[in-house]
Design a protein around this ligand. Structure first.
Ligand code: GTP
Length: 423
């Protein structure tokens, strides 16, 4: 190229291809070696019913045996488990985070079953945003935002269930969804094609956006666009080694034969692995950062009142905006303070009035009580007096009677004495 630019070719000057790399053409190598040193990270969210084959597929994809306990079908609500593993293939290190749904689709009332999934995705965006807004950011920050959601569809051969539709509808603007038909070995080849078409038409009619493998890079455009036409991938997972001829392959052994997980005629596992890990992992991460996270950040900052243009359509600097927000907040605080003050004064007044009223009432009540007591005593006293007067009257009558009787006796006595003398 350099020779062509300088026109040496025309002058018949012999050009030798350099044996090594010089100048800025080495840049990609610098990036590669730096990335290799730092290692990579990838976060996967697996959404699917209990026992649908989520862990088995992840183990098959990463050729590992990541520990995962079996879940029960009796959880009262959906929750998520997060596990992070440090894996290494050749000299490439990968920090893999697997988030699994637990109890998904098990409850009788499935209302809000998708909410914990949304909450988790948003919480990771929020954590990243908070880190971004920090004055002192950590360079070792572990980005936990979900890069891909493997959505496990039950192999009914029929259609998508309403919970799956609702969940996908609620998360499709937050995460890259790759739909998978789980345990695809349980559906016949003909049924599988019909099932795939049915699922895709249901997704389109419900306006659910799934991840599309990018076609802007011409080196992978053809493969990616043909793979887009094969979604949802019909996958089978297994970490068991089965003997086929003289080879040991990963597969599932059935009475009628062996299903080879890595045989493209048997299932779409290899297509998924190639698309997910070999070809589009970086794009999934970019989509997460530049598309889903960007939208979250935009909505969040807009809700907080941030804007790029002022009312006069002039661009607003961050400092101006911050100052305006600060003043607005200060005014609001002042207003609230005044209101609180007024409220407090009113309350104090109300209390005072109430207290005075209570005092008045109490004094009136005590006066009344005293008067009542006095009346009562007076009544008792009057009754006593009346009783005494009655007794006095009775006594006087008795005295009169006694006097009368005494006089009569004396008269009788005098008469008797007179009679005796006469005799
Ligand atoms: P929980 O985490 O408990 O919800 O389960 P899971 O969704 O992770 O399912 P897991 O991978 O534990 O698999 C459950 C059962 O399904 C196991 O017995 C697996 O052997 C079986 N299984 C997994 N993948 C497949 C598959 O592709 N086809 C068939 N036929 N069985 C599978």
């Amino acid at each position: 190229t350099a020779a062509r630019v300088w026109g040496w070719e025309r002058e018949n000057i012999r050009c030798l291809a350099p044996l090594g790399h010089f100048g800025f053409e080495c840049l990609p190598y610098q990036l590669v070696s730096k990335s290799m040193r730092q290692g990579f990270s990838f976060n996967i969210l697996c959404v699917g019913e209990t026992g649908i084959g989520k862990s088995t597929l992840i183990n098959t994809l990463f050729n590992t045996n990541l520990k995962d306990n079996k879940s029960s079908h009796f959880y009262p609500n959906v929750r998520l488990t997060v596990q992070t593993y440090n894996l290494q293939e050749s000299n490439v290190k990968l920090k893999l985070t697997v988030v699994n749904t637990v109890g998904y689709g098990d409850q009788i009332n499935k209302e809000g079953s998708y909410q914990p999934i949304i909450d988790y995705i948003d919480a990771q965006f929020e954590a990243y945003l908070q880190e971004e807004l920090k004055l002192k950011r950590s360079f070792r920050y572990h980005d936990t935002r979900i890069h891909v959601c493997l959505f496990f569809i039950s192999p009914t051969g029929h259609s998508l269930n309403s919970l799956d539709l609702l969940t996908m509808k609620n998360i499709d603007r937050k995460v890259n969804i790759i739909p998978l038909i789980a345990k695809a070995d349980t559906v016949s080849k003909n049924d599988l094609q019909k099932f795939k078409s049915k699922i895709m038409s249901e997704l389109i009619s419900n306006d659910i956006q799934i991840y599309q493998f990018p076609t802007d890079d011409e080196t992978i455009a053809q493969t990616n666009s043909s793979m887009n036409g094969m979604l949802p991938f019909a996958v089978v997972g297994s970490t068991d080694e089965v003997k086929v001829g003289k080879r040991m392959v990963r597969g599932r052994h059935y009475p009628w034969g062996v299903l080879q997980v890595e045989n493209e005629n048997h299932c779409d596992f290899v297509k998924l692995r190639d698309m997910l890990l070999c070809t589009n992992m970086e794009d999934l991460k970019e989509q997460t950062h530049f598309h889903h996270y960007e939208y979250y950040r935009y909505s969040k900052l807009q809700k907080l009142g941030f804007t790029d243009v002022g009312p006069d359509n002039q661009s607003v600097s961050f400092q101006e905006l911050y100052e305006a927000k600060r003043l607005e907040f200060y005014d609001q605080c002042q207003r609230e303070k005044e209101e609180l003050k007024k409220k407090f004064m009113q309350q104090v007044k109300d209390r005072e009035t109430a207290f005075k009223d209570a005092e008045k009432e109490a004094s009136t009540t005590s006066l009344m009580t005293l008067q009542n007591k006095f009346e009562h005593l007076k009544r008792i006293q009057q009754e006593e007096i009346m009783k005494l007067e009655e007794e006095k009257r009775q006594l006087e009558e008795e005295i009169i009677d006694f006097c009368k009787t005494k006089a009569a006796c004396e008269t009788l006595q005098t008469q008797a004495c007179t009679n005796i003398k006469k005799d």
